[in-house]
Write a protein that binds this ligand. Structure first.
Ligand SMILES: NC(=O)c1ccc[n+]([C@@H]2O[C@H](COP(=O)([O-])OP(=O)(O)OC[C@H]3O[C@@H](n4cnc5c(N)ncnc54)[C@H](O)[C@@H]3O)[C@@H](O)[C@H]2O)c1
Length: 290
C-alpha cells in the first residue's frame, strides 16, 4: 500500500505532483538541489490551492491539512520511508542518471521509482538503477492539479505489480491513465512537440507573427492555447530536449529542432517560468516578442 510519496525536483511539475499527492492524503517528501525552488514550490502550492478554494473544489481546512503533509529538504535520506518516489527534475538524461544513482541507496528495497520524464527512455533510465522491475514512467501533464491525464510507460523490465500499483495511485489522485509503449516521447509528446516545433518554424520562416500563429491555431483548429503560448508554458528548454530525443531516438530529419527554438534556449528565454519566451510576461499581460 502506498502511504508516503517522494518527489525529486520542485519545479513546475514537482510542485504540482506534491500538490495532488498531499490533497489525496499521502505524506509527501519534496527534494530539490536548490533551496529557493523549495520555498517557491510551497508558496506556489499555497496559491494554487487558493484557486481551488475559490472554485469550491477544496476547503480552507483541506489546504491547511494538505500543506502540513509536505516536508521539504535537500537530502535524499528524506526518502527512506517512501513507497513511491516520483523523479521530476530537469529533462536531461545525465542529470536524471546521477539522481537515480544517489537515490537508490536511500530507498526501501520495495520502493517504486516513477519518472515524470517527457521523452527519455524508461528502459534505459531503469537500467541505471538497482531495481529495473520497480521502475516506470509516470508522465503527468502541466498543470498537474488541472490536467486529467497520466501517461504510464512500462520499461522492458517493469513488472506487473509496479504497473498495477502506479495505475491505482494515479486513479487515487483523480487522474485517468493511458498506457504508452517505451518509444521516444511516448504518445502525447510524440504528437504535440512536432506540432509546436512546426509552429516555431512557421515563425522562423516569417509565415506569421507570434500573435497570428497562436490566433490561427486557437480559432482555426479550436485549440485552447496557441502552440507558441503552449511552448512558453511547457518551457522552451523542455520542448528542445524532447525534440532532441525524438530526432536522435527516431533518426528522422522531420524531427530536427527549429534553429529559432535553439536560439531562444541559448538566450535563456525559456518561457513563462523565467518571464520571457515567445511572449514577454514582465508586465503581467503577455506581449508577443515577434
Ligand atoms: N513542463 C511541462 O509541461 C512538463 C510536462 C510533463 C513532464 N515534464 C517533465 O517534468 C520534469 C521537470 O520539468 P519542469 O517543467 O518541472 O522543470 P523545471 O525547470 O520547472 O524544474 C526542474 C527542477 O529540477 C531541479 N533539479 C535539477 N537537478 C536536480 C537534482 N540533481 N536534484 C534535485 N532537483 C534537481 C531544479 O532545481 C528545478 O527546480 C522534466 O523531466 C520534464 O520533461 C514537464
Amino acid at each position: 500500500m502506498v502511504q508516503t510519496i517522494g518527489v525529486i525536483g520542485a519545479g513546475q511539475m514537482g510542485n504540482g505532483i506534491a500538490h495532488v499527492c498531499a490533497l489525496a492524503a499521502y505524506d509527501v517528501k519534496l527534494v530539490d538541489i536548490d533551496p529557493k525552488r523549495l520555498d517557491d514550490a510551497l508558496s506556489q502550492i499555497h496559491q494554487n490551492m487558493g484557486r481551488q478554494i475559490k472554485r469550491g473544489l477544496i476547503t480552507e481546512g483541506e489546504r491547511t491539512a494538505g500543506l502540513a503533509r509536505i516536508e521539504t529538504g535537500k537530502d535524499y535520506t528524506l526518502f527512506r520511508d517512501c513507497d513511491v518516489v516520483v523523479e521530476a527534475a530537469t529533462e536531461n538524461e545525465d542529470v536524471k542518471r546521477e539522481i537515480l544513482k544517489q537515490l537508490c541507496p536511500n530507498l526501501k528495497p520495495n520502493a517504486i521509482i516513477a519518472s515524470n520524464t517527457s521523452s527519455i527512455s524508461i528502459t534505459r533510465l531503469a537500467a541505471s538503477t538497482d531495481r529495473p522491475t520497480k521502475f516506470i514512467g509516470m508522465h503527468f501533464m502541466n498543470p498537474v492539479p488541472v490536467m486529467q491525464l497520466v501517461e504510464l510507460i512500462r520499461g522492458l523490465a517493469t513488472d506487473e505489480q509496479t504497473y498495477a500499483t502506479i495505475r491505482a495511485l494515479s486513479e487515487k489522485l483523480g487522474k485517468t491513465t493511458a498506457m504508452a509503449e517505451d518509444f521516444p516521447a511516448f504518445i502525447v509528446n510524440r504528437i504535440l512537440l512536432p506540432m509546436i516545433n512546426e509552429a516555431v518554424y512557421t515563425l522562423y520562416e516569417g509565415v506569421g507573427s507570434v500573435e497570428a500563429i497562436d490566433t490561427a491555431m486557437k480559432l482555426g483548429a479550436n485549440h485552447p492555447m496557441g502552440p507558441l503560448e503552449l511552448a512558453d508554458f511547457i518551457g522552451l528548454d523542455t520542448c528542445l530536449a524532447v525534440m532532441q530525443v525524438l530526432y536522435e531516438g527516431l533518426a528522422d530529419s522531420k524531427y530536427r529542432p527549429c534553429p529559432l527554438l535553439v536560439k531562444y534556449v541559448e538566450a535563456g528565454w525559456l518561457g513563462k517560468k523565467v518571464g520571457r519566451g515567445f511572449y514577454d510576461y514582465s508586465s503581467g499581460t503577455p506581449i508577443p516578442t515577434r
